[in-house]
Design a binder for this molecule. Structure first.
Ligand code: NVA
Length: 319
């Protein structure tokens, strides 16, 4: 098969369901193997270069991709996207063509999903979504790895996300969690619910994996006997001008001690970070005994190494 620009069709990771449930398991298995033998896998030896670009702020993502690409034997090239000014100074398509001629893969954090779709259509090498307005699939891979480590398996577990149901984390939990056969519950105000097409996609996936999907504006019902409780900021990057309007609607959806008390006794608490203690998450919860957020932050590294190695393998590079 050939794709845009006549290049052979390549696999990308632009949203969680770009890999099917069996492939998701393979990526998580590879991630776990890489975590157990941190310097034993070098598919980027050469070194091959991976281009990493950020149109939005970052800490964990820049760190984990830089460390991970180096540990895979490659060279992480973090490009200053203020200089590149992709889509303004130069079209996304032309930028993609240039990047793909020199880099083994492209990792990009940007705004609209259509921007990363356009990058993938023209790069000719794997493109990885390092967060868009719609999805944060690398974070959810790390979250699934974390739950698997602590609880052994994912299928049949109930994962509740509290907060902005329309944001990238909620939508990635829907697709990634459903792929893993989990029961995904989104507890969000009625005005902040997921995109209807994403919800339909998650329901279709869940029907095949034995998982399920629920969206509710009742936070108590959402938390009832949950195995995992997750939350995220109420004001995502790019929404700063809405901050004042976004405070009140979410208060009832805070991940606090009341929410934890409604969940299973050994519930795991996740937060992708950065965290705003006293807003979406109580200090006693994120710093308390149920929290696995530091494992989760570390697992960005391992999950993304597994993903990159898997993508390169799909595209013909031996690992
Ligand atoms: N929803 C958040 C996730 C941060 C990792 C944001 O987009 O800012």
């Amino acid at each position: 098969m050939t794709g845009a620009d006549g290049a052979a069709t390549v696999r990308h990771f632009l949203r969680d369901d770009d890999i099917d449930p069996a492939e998701q398991t393979s990526v998580l298995d590879l991630a776990a193997a890489m975590k157990a033998d941190r310097h034993g896998h070098r598919p980027l030896a050469g070194p091959q270069t991976v281009a990493v670009l950020f149109d939005k702020p970052t800490l964990r993502t820049q760190l984990s991709f830089s460390v991970g690409i180096a540990e895979l034997g490659g060279h992480p090239m973090v490009l200053d996207s203020r200089l590149a000014n992709i889509g303004v100074r130069e079209s996304i398509a032309d930028t993609a063509r240039v990047l793909g001629r020199q880099a083994a893969a492209v990792v990009w954090r940007t705004y609209g999903q259509e921007r990363i779709d356009e990058m993938a259509a023209h790069a000719g090498v794997p493109v990885v979504n390092a967060l868009t307005d719609s999805f944060h699939p690398c974070q959810v891979l790390a979250d699934l790895l974390t739950v698997r480590e602590h609880r052994g398996h994912l299928a049949g577990r109930t994962l509740t996300y509290l907060g902005d149901g329309a944001n990238n984390m909620a939508q990635s939990y829907l697709l990634g969690g459903a792929s893993a056969g989990m029961h995904v519950r989104i507890g969000s105000p009625a005005a902040y619910t997921p995109d209807v097409q994403v919800l339909a996609d998650a329901r279709r996936i869940a029907a095949a994996t034995g998982g399920s999907v629920v969206v509710t504006d009742d936070p108590a019902a959402a938390c009832e006997q949950a195995d995992v409780l997750a939350t995220d900021t109420w004001v995502s990057m790019g929404q700063e001008s809405e901050a004042a309007d976004r405070a009140a609607p979410f208060v009832a959806f805070a991940l606090d001690e009341t929410a934890v008390a409604r969940a299973t006794d050994d519930v795991l608490v996740l937060h992708c970070l950065p965290a705003y203690r006293g807003s979406e998450v109580a200090t006693a919860v994120i710093d308390g005994p149920h929290s696995v957020v530091w494992d989760e932050a570390e697992n960005r590294l391992h999950a993304q190494k597994g993903l990159l190695a898997w993508l390169l393998e799909q595209n013909g590079d031996p690992t």
